[in-house]
Design a protein. Structure first.
Length: 115
């Protein structure tokens, strides 16, 4: 099973920026999808952004224009650049990998945005 290691969470002020990183423990297919989900207290986990290959990206409406997902050339690492952060972006952010019937989750990294 692909293991995922996340980093880059922390505390930011509203309007600030943070960058999250997630790396897979082994080589992954170029056809795989990696992405970020988040879960705020008392809420369900929701999609933030995903990337398949290098160019097929999908964003939640709430983050379009503020967040950018990208992937390294070997497909093993993804980044989430988060700009213009809002207090409602506060959540635990989870990295996800999936390809066909294989799926993995990272341990989660806390992002807190103060007003």
């Amino acid at each position: 099973q692909v293991q995922l290691v996340e980093s880059g969470g922390g505390l930011a002020q509203a309007g600030g920026s943070l960058k999250l990183t997630c790396s897979a423990s082994e080589s992954v297919s170029s056809l795989s999808t990696m992405g970020w989900y988040r879960q705020a207290p008392g809420k369900q986990r929701e999609l933030v952004a995903t990337v398949t290959g290098h160019t097929t990206r999908n964003y939640a409406d709430s983050v379009k224009g503020r967040f950018t997902i990208s992937r390294t050339s070997n497909w093993r690492t993804i980044f989430l650049q988060m700009n213009s952060l809002k207090p409602e972006d506060t959540a635990v952010y989870y990295c996800n990998y999936h390809r066909l019937t294989v799926a993995s989750w990272g341990q989660g990294t806390q992002v807190t945005v103060s007003s």
